[in-house]
Design a protein around this ligand. Sequence first.
Ligand SMILES: C[S@@+](CC[C@H](N)C(=O)[O-])C[C@H]1O[C@@H](n2cnc3c(N)ncnc32)[C@H](O)[C@@H]1O
Length: 258
Amino acid sequence: MNSIIGWVGGKRLLRKVIVPLIPKHNTYCEPFGGAAWILFGKSSDHKDWQISKKHKYREVLNDINGELINFWRHVKYHPDAFKTEVEKFMASRELFTEFLNMKPRTDFERAMVFYYKLACSFGSLSKTFAVRGHRSMLPIRNGDKLQQAAERLKDVVIEKLSFDAVINKYDNCRSFFYIDPPYYEHEDLYERDLADCFDQHEELNQLLKSIKGKWLLSYNDHQYIRELYKGFKIENVETLYSLSGASKPKTEIIIRNY
Ligand SMILES: C[S@@+](CC[C@H](N)C(=O)[O-])C[C@H]1O[C@@H](n2cnc3c(N)ncnc32)[C@H](O)[C@@H]1O
């Protein structure tokens, strides 16, 4: 299934390449979860993945961005109330500006305002008002999808930790991590709300060299990254980059330790 939000760096287009490369595992973890296109793109049936029935199967969605994680928790635990609340609001520039300047009083309001700003902004950047065509007058275009996302997240553990803490917490020889960090020299795109600007490419590299689990990492194609991961399997993948509305072809890289 699809994710229900747009997110800068979201892997909507690359999931067809990445999902078939996921090896069998008992723990699936996305430390840099974002919109979780790969988690939503992979089958939720444990039997498709499980190495051993002796060990519990689990999936983990993590991100450092507290607004995003608060939103995913509301989708998981309160989909009906969340849908009802968001449906009260039409997409409007005036409301968007009001929400931009508003300080939500509860976590529920935070989740609603976060979603509204994402759904009604240019490039899902939550900065400038933009909606696509008349279909978009409602921020939630299809309430059933929200229910389906809640169902998909039913057994998914949602964490708000830094990547190193979540990797250390869930690492074992039956773990698989899909690692999708902010791209090298494009880190500032994620510096929203309480999320720090990411500058830990080397720390991530050191950690990945030391863990027991399998991992697959996606990055922009940069010589610095190729040098850091020299010795691992590095493959080029073609994708489209579409932040400005127009799509441009782009090469990215996939690196893995298996
Ligand atoms: C490229 S996006 C992930 C996109 C995701 N794979 C998808 O399909 O939507 C990178 C994510 O890393 C998160 N992030 C940045 N620094 C982090 C950190 N230190 N620990 C965990 N997550 C972090 C950002 O908030 C952002 O959501």
